[in-house]
Ligand binder design. Structure first.
Ligand code: T1G
Length: 692
């Protein structure tokens, strides 16, 4: 297949890249670009070249399916050097996303025009790497390092409008190709094109100072993350090295990162997230149902956050409560939350008003009747949920999707309260719903395939990371979290103190340890759940019985004097823990951070193995995607299942056996799947996907 089509307008040649789905820079496309540029350079009838693209993307970057394979010539940096060195002007006409190597192609051109819909970004950092085809050298030369560095550090794409403001592109609101041809003619008339690599006027002392200040800040925030550190070094090279050497230094850093375990984990996570949207058993051809109007039941923190998700995506939503007073309160809370963004400057007042206009407050379930999808976010109790679903069944139109935001209840039992269980699905948002990326789509066996497909499409439309999971207590995330919670309690009784456990977990890379987390969320939540399940946790229960619910009561596992957000060690709590150990006849001993991490994470991995065996998750990558996006698992550790593979499953099996023997808790015995993989010398990565 031809990946580049050539056409001509007067003396300007137009090379249209056509390499579906997203014009990734595959070996074939790279070769075609080389051939095109060489032909243009040699053709006396051509004075200039426009590089344009067909489809919704300009170029999505390097072909990520080639990652990890031996490099195939021509390599991208060579292709781009050739474009830049072309004796005739080359103009990029960017109609869609230009990401990574795609933006680097544009940077190597002699001018860049962009349509308003274009998006420009260097997202390599998210893949654990840095731009590897001159991005770290050309972008600072073009717009200054102080503006270029943040783009590469966050990896977030910017709009064409912002790109124009930065001097990266010229914005074209009319016909892009026509404008690009005109630009090419204009440059051709001027003679030898300006080459970004030769520019130094943006690399001033002031720019360098500003960049170094940003770099210092990034170092403080990113610790020793190898991609961030490499990025700083590469960009610094734009100031200290001649262009060819800067390019070589960038390449060397890029290649070194490809082999780094942390960088590999980030790439693994990227692929896992993408794979999660391909659900085994749901054909890509299944058509999602149209969703033009939504409703949310319950205007508490969760319901309000979910309504915001719809409004942010431009979907009108009715927010429903049982009384006027409650809906007024909930509606006001949503306005306040948007208000924070306005205050912080991340949202304009007009944008807030637009979103608020999409949220209609209402009293009574009947108001959901016109919605194509309703999400119930009411009190977490089966009786309440079943009653709501019974009523929704009466008011919702045929074909509407009835979703519950339950975080652990049986979705099939909720669905059974309706006469249309095929239309019922779990949509488990994470708190705060308008911020957290994860969306667990809970699929009881009776749910229709197109309902799951609709939920997936909705998840993406809302900007979430959707993962389809089976129906069981706590689904994937909370079911595994429960293991960590139990393990944390066991550690306290065995001899560790709350601050030691939390320090080990933050040392592992989490933002917060389990006890600080419990104090933040409120210990009473778990207490209530334990009571309803008839389970016990000696330390946690004792704290709650003493009214120590965490931050909101000023004390929990820690002390929070006068509204402090970080807790202080409390001798009273430590004495209480020691007393409980003594009552249980446990001789307390100390634990290293590594031991603590193993004791917390191994049972989670074990539960993950069970989840895979039962088909609750289709792949280990789905579990990892849940933990990375819903529970702040450190991205560079790739999620619990990936982490387990890096530790070695045989090691995990031995440690679990030891824990099971010590505690007498048979549930800590390694799951059969874990044992089997360990015995075969395999990892979770060796498993094939199975239909949920
Ligand atoms: N290479 C190969 N395939 C890709 C691809 C890529 N870069 N990007 C997307 N695809 C596939 C994707 O797997 C899916 O296939 C289909 O295209 C549609 O994607 C040297 C080293 C472009 C914004 O990080 O952000 O350049 O699953 O469903 O929502 O410095 O895809 O259907 O079989 O996501 O419209 C940097 C990653 C590479 C871009 C489109 N580039 N992609 O979003 O569709 S590193 C990226 C995206 C680099 C250089 C370095 C998005 C998108 P399938 P989709 P979408």
């Amino acid at each position: 297949m031809e990946t580049v089509r050539l056409s001509q307008r007067g003396a300007v040649a137009i090379a249209t890249i056509d390499n579906p789905p997203v014009n990734a820079l595959s070996a074939a496309l790279r070769a075609a670009l080389v051939e095109t540029v060489q032909a243009i350079a040699a053709d006396p009838k051509v004075e200039a070249l426009v590089i344009a693209a067909a489809g919704r993307a300009f170029i999505a970057g390097a072909d990520i399916s080639e990652f990890g394979k031996p490099p195939v010539e021509p390599l991208l940096p060579e292709v781009l050097n050739l474009i830049e060195a072309c004796p005739k002007p080359v103009v990029a006409a960017i109609q869609g996303v230009a990401l990574g190597g795609g933006l680097e192609v544009a940077l190597a051109c002699h001018a860049r025009l962009a349509a308003p819909a274009a998006k420009l970004g260097l997202p390599e950092i998210k893949l654990g790497i840095i731009p590897g085809a001159g991005g770290t050298q050309r972008l600072p030369r073009l717009i200054g390092a102080a503006k270029a560095f943040p783009m590469m550090l966050t990896g977030e794409p910017i709009s064409a409008e912002k790109g124009a403001a930065l001097g990266l592109v010229e914005l074209v609101s009319g016909d892009l190709i026509e404008a690009a041809v005109a630009k090419a003619q204009e440059l051709a008339a001027q003679g030898v094109p300006a080459r970004t690599s030769e520019w130094t006027d943006k690399l001033t002392d002031a720019d360098r100072e500003a960049f170094e200040a940003l770099a210092k800040d990034a170092t403080a925030k990113s610790g020793d993350m190898p991609n961030a550190m490499a990025l700083i070094e590469a960009v610094r090279g734009a100031f200290t090295l001649p262009f060819p050497e800067g390019l070589a230094a960038e390449r060397a850093l890029f290649v070194r990162l490809l082999a780094d375990e942390r960088s590999k984990a980030l790439r693994y996570a990227f692929f896992a997230e993408r794979e999660a949207t391909h659900v085994p058993g749901i054909d890509a051809g299944v058509k999602p149902r149209p969703l033009a109007q939504a409703a949310v039941i319950g205007a508490g923190t969760m319901g309000g956050g979910i309504a915001m998700c719809f409004a942010n995506a431009g979907i009108p939503v009715t927010l429903i409560e049982t009384t006027q007073e409650l809906i007024d309160k909930g509606h006001a809370r949503v306005r306040d939350t948007y208000g924070f963004s306005v205050k912080r400057g991340s949202m304009s007042e007009a944008a807030r008003d637009e979103r608020m206009a999409l949220i209609t407050p209402a009293v009574g379930l009947a108001a959901a009747g016109n919605a194509d999808i309703v999400v119930e976010a009411a009190f977490e109790e089966m009786g309440v949920k079943r009653q709501i679903f019974g009523e929704l069944d009466k008011v919702m139109k045929p074909g509407a999707i009835l979703a519950t935001n339950t975080s652990y209840l049986d979705v099939a039992t909720i669905a059974a309260a309706t006469a249309r269980p095929q239309d019922v699905v779990g949509l488990h948002f994470f708190s705060p719903a308008n911020v957290m990326k994860l969306l667990e789509i809970v699929r009881p066996t009776g749910t229709a395939g197109d309902v799951v497909a609709t939920a997936l499409a909705l998840g993406r439309k809302l900007g979430k990371v959707p993962v389809v999971v089976g129906n069981c207590f706590g689904f994937v995330g909370n079911r595994m979290l429960a293991q960590r919670t139990r393990a944390a309690e066991r550690l306290l009784i065995a001899g560790a103190l709350p601050h030691e456990v939390d320090a080990a977990v933050t040392g592992f890379g989490f933002k917060m340890g389990p006890f600080a987390m419990s104090d933040l969320a409120g210990g009473d939540i778990g207490w209530r759940t334990r009571k309803s399940l008839g389970t016990k946790a000696a330390v946690a229960d004792a704290l709650c019985e003493a009214g120590r619910f965490g931050q909101k009561t000023g004390k929990g596992y820690y002390l929070y004097p006068e509204g402090a957000r970080t807790g202080q060690r409390d001798p009273e709590v430590e004495a209480l823990i020691e007393r409980i150990s003594a009552e249980k006849g446990v001789t307390r001993r100390s634990f290293t951070s590594d031991e603590i991490v193993a004791r917390l994470m191994d049972p989670m991995v074990n539960e993950g193995a069970g989840i895979l065996e039962e088909g609750i998750a289709a792949r280990p990558g789905d579990i990892d995607t849940v933990w990375l996006n819903g529970y702040n698992w450190p991205a560079w550790r790739g999620g619990p299942m990936h982490w387990a593979d890096t530790v070695g499953l045989d090691v995990i099996v031995k440690r679990l056996e030891a824990q099971a023997a010590e505690s007498g808790d048979a549930t800590l015995q390694p799951a059969p799947l874990l044992r089997r993989l360990a015995a075969e010398g395999k990892g979770f990565a060796d498993l094939k996907a199975r239909a949920a």
